[in-house]
Design a protein around this ligand. Structure first.
Ligand SMILES: NC(=O)c1ccc[n+]([C@@H]2O[C@H](COP(=O)([O-])OP(=O)(O)OC[C@H]3O[C@@H](n4cnc5c(N)ncnc54)[C@H](O)[C@@H]3O)[C@@H](O)[C@H]2O)c1
Ligand SMILES: [Zn+2]
Ligand SMILES: [Zn+2]
Length: 380
């Protein structure tokens, strides 16, 4: 089959690789209909992780079940499914508690809990930017979708970024009537804003410097905050009578930068501490890593990031972090899509064949105007 393979910094290739096969009786093989490029893939693409060359990328996958192992009884060949990016066993302590993003059994890497498809340090699993994908513990992990092709571009957001945006608001302790400050108007930030609005936010601010992304934020009913115009924390304080937002979501990650493009890994954390009111919550879904060989300082290379912790404490704020446990939310978010209450496909800008993945990575990585979210259709 054909697959998108990591070949080194800013280099991916579409290559012929062996088809995946059932390895355990609990596996399924899914024929991929849609697989997305994620901002998380860009950390690898830019050479800012330890991912090995030859890795098949892709953790945002959906498709049709092609084959199941002998121990798979719930999922049937021919079913249309969404594949959560987390690979979870379903029976360890963390899975039982609903933390499928921190499964204790699926990631053999020392000191790392939680596994994913096609990702650095998240276990030996191939990604789904390919024609077929092997899914471990298929009965537990796969989410059923209605048959047919309806809502394909909405449902494809269920594998990662819609649940992740929602999780950001959940970690922030968001309640109906809250004002919410979302940093980052990439796909995750935009879907955090969409989630906050669905959950009854009184007001949502979305901060970025990319004009096209800010325009999308405005289109879905949020207030765009352009960090290139003025300090974004001050803009949010000004808009909330100096009080600050009730809660905030970090949807940027460790490659946060200023309007000149200079990286400051602490910048968005500082902005959130400043622009969220005292006792407010902050949900951090933007990724931070324990090792970043490309960081500017020796401290940051070891994942040590100094931020306004003193003010954070003085304000009595709280923070939740980490990878999203997709299964906690995807069933309900699927049903919100079917009911017409959620339409995360609003951010799709490009639908490409697998062979155009090289261009997709390049343009999305440059945040080129209009390249908000790229979907790949391997069969196209
Ligand atoms: N926790 C999870 O489970 C999970 C899942 C998916 C993605 N992520 C992470 O979420 C983050 C966002 O993902 P994405 O796909 O939206 O990526 P993206 O790179 O497309 O979007 C990030 C956006 O942040 C903006 N930005 C940069 N510096 C900023 C600053 N100082 N203030 C405000 N905005 C700033 C960029 O201009 C860009 O539009 C990434 O770190 C990704 O790895 C986490
Ligand atoms: Zn993703
Ligand atoms: Zn587990």
């Amino acid at each position: 089959m054909r697959a998108v393979v990591y070949r080194g910094p800013r280099e991916v290739a579409v290559e012929q690789v062996p088809d995946p096969a059932i390895q355990e009786p609990t596996d399924a093989i899914v024929r991929i209909t849609t697989t997305n490029i994620c901002g998380s893939d860009l950390h690898m693409y830019e050479g800012r992780t330890s991912v090995e060359q030859g890795k098949i990328l892709g953790h945002e996958n959906m498709g049709i079940v092609a084959e199941v192992g002998d121990a798979v009884s719930r999922i049937k060949p021919g079913s249309r499914v969404s594949v959560p990016f987390n690979i979870a066993c379903g029976s360890c302590r963390n899975c039982e508690a609903g933390w499928t993003s921190y499964c204790l059994r699926t990631n053999p890497s020392e000191g790392m809990d939680g596994a994913a498809y096609g990702y650095a340090n998240m276990g030996p699993y191939d990604g789904g930017q390919a024609e077929y994908l092997r899914v471990p513990y298929a009965d537990f992990n796969l989410l059923d979708l209605p048959p047919g092709e309806d809502h394909e571009n909405d449902f494809t957001m269920l594998s990662d970024i819609f649940p992740t945006g929602w999780h950001g608001t959940e970690l922030a302790g968001m309640r109906p009537g809250d004002s919410v400050a979302v940093f980052g108007a990439g796909p995750v930030g935009l879907l955090a804003a969409h989630s906050a609005i669905i959950r009854g936010a009184a007001e949502v601010f979305v901060v970025d410097k990319e004009r096209d992304r800010l325009a999308l934020a405005e289109k879905i009913g949020a207030h765009p905050v352009d960090l290139a115009q003025a300090d974004p924390a001050q803009q949010i304080l000004d808009a909330t009578s100096g009080q600050g937002a009730d809660c905030g979501v970090e949807a940027v990650g460790y490659q946060a930068h200023d309007s000149a493009g200079q990286e400051h890994p602490e910048l968005v954390l500082d902005n959130l501490v400043e622009s969220v009111r005292s006792t407010g919550g902050i949900g951090v879904v933007g990724v931070y890593l324990p090792q970043d060989p490309g960081a500017a300082t020796e401290q940051a290379q070891r994942g040590r990031i100094a931020f306004e912790y003193g003010t954070f404490f003085s304000k009595g704020q709280h923070m939740g972090t980490g990878q999203c446990p997709v299964k906690r939310y995807n069933r309900h978010l699927r049903d919100l899509i079917i009911a017409g209450r959620a339409n995360p496909a609003f951010l799709v800008s490009h639908e490409l064949g697998l062979d155009q993945a090289v261009e997709g990575y390049d343009k999305f990585d440059r945040r080129e105007d209009g390249w908000t979210k790229v979907l790949l259709h391997p069969a196209a």
